[in-house]
Design a protein around this ligand. Structure first.
Ligand code: B12
Length: 215
C-alpha cells in the first residue's frame, strides 16, 4: 500500500479530520485512483475503528470523530471520481434503511453510480420503508439500493421487499442490498435480487442486473 494511503488510513483511525483532508489531497496529487483511496484508505480505516469500538478499546466520542473524519475525506475524494461519458444506464433510488444513520458507504455507492452513468435519487439516512417505494414510483426507478450497517437495522431491507410484495409491486424493481452485516445468504433469504460487498462491485452488479432484465 502506498505511503499516502497508509497515512490516510491512520488519520481515519485517529479521527483527525485535518490529517484526513491533507492525506487525501496528497494521495490524489500522487495520481492514486480515487476508488483505491476510498477502498484502501477510508474503508479500511473505518474497519479498524469499528473493530476497536466493538472491543471497547475506544469510546463513542472517538467513533464519532472518526466518522466525521471519514466524511471530510469523502468530500475531498468523491468530486474526483472519473465520470464516464456513457449513455444513461438506468435509474436508482438509494438510501440507508429506517433506524440507521450510517451514510458513508451509501454516499460512495451513490457517487460511483452517478460516475458510471446512472441517475440516482438519494433519500439519505433513516429512510422509512414506504418512502423508498414512493420515490421509486416517482422517478420510475429500475433499482432500489438499500444500505444497512447494523444487525439491528438489517430487517429494514426485508421490510421494503415485504412492502413491495404486499402491494403487488415486487416485480417492478430490482432490489440490491449491501452494507456491513449484509451478505449473499441474507440477500437470498429475504428475496433480494443482488448483494455486493463493495461499491465498485455494486456498480458492476447494477449494470448486469439491468441488462439481464432488459434482454
Ligand atoms: C463511522 C461509523 C459510525 C458513524 C457514522 C458516520 C456517518 N456519517 O455515516 C457514527 C459515529 C454516526 C456511528 C454511529 C453508530 N454506530 Co457506527 N460505525 C461506524 C463504522 C466505524 C464505519 C462505517 C463506515 O462508514 N464504513 C465505511 C464504508 C465505506 O463502508 P460500508 O458502509 O460498509 O460501505 C461499503 C460496502 O458495505 C458497500 N455498501 C454500502 N451500502 C451499500 C448498499 C448496497 C445496495 C450495496 C450493494 C453495497 C453497499 O459499499 C461501501 C463502499 O465499498 C462502523 C464499523 C464497520 N466496520 O462498518 C461502525 C458500526 C457500523 N457502528 C456500530 C454501532 C453500534 C453504532 C451506534 C449504535 C453506536 C452508539 N452506541 O450510538 C451508532 C448507531 C446510530 C444509528 N442509529 O445508526 C456497529 C454496528 C454493530 C452491529 N453489527 O450492529 C459497528 C459495526 C461498529 C462495531 N463493530 O461495533 N457509527
Amino acid at each position: 500500500m502506498s505511503k499516502e494511503i497508509e497515512v490516510l488510513k491512520q488519520a481515519v483511525i485517529d479521527g483527525d479530520a485535518d490529517a484526513v483532508i491533507d492525506s487525501a489531497k496528497k494521495a490524489l496529487d500522487a495520481g492514486i485512483n480515487p476508488i483505491e483511496i476510498l477502498e484502501n484508505g477510508i474503508s479500511r480505516g473505518a474497519q479498524v475503528v469499528g473493530d476497536q469500538f466493538e472491543k471497547l478499546e475506544i469510546f463513542l466520542t472517538e467513533l464519532m470523530l472518526s466518522g466525521e473524519a471519514m466524511m471530510a475525506g469523502l468530500n475531498v475524494v468523491l468530486p474526483h471520481l472519473k465520470t464516464e461519458d456513457v449513455p444513461q444506464k438506468g435509474k436508482v433510488v438509494v438510501g440507508t434503511v429506517r433506524g440507521d444513520v450510517h451514510e458513508i458507504g451509501k454516499n460512495i455507492l451513490k457517487s460511483l453510480l452517478v460516475a458510471n452513468g446512472f441517475e440516482v435519487s438519494d433519500l439519505g439516512v433513516d429512510v422509512p420503508t414506504s418512502k423508498f417505494v414512493e420515490a421509486a414510483e416517482k422517478i420510475h426507478a429500475d433499482i432500489i439500493a438499500l444500505s444497512a450497517l447494523m444487525t439491528s437495522t438489517l430487517g429494514g431491507q426485508k421490510d421494503v421487499i415485504d412492502y413491495l410484495e404486499q402491494t403487488g409491486n415486487r416485480n417492478k424493481y430490482i432490489i440490491m442490498v449491501g452494507g456491513g452485516p449484509t451478505n449473499q445468504g441474507w440477500a437470498d433469504e429475504i428475496g433480494a435480487d443482488g448483494f455486493a460487498e463493495t461499491a465498485p462491485e455494486a456498480v458492476r452488479l447494477a449494470i448486469e442486473l439491468i441488462e439481464k432484465r432488459r434482454n
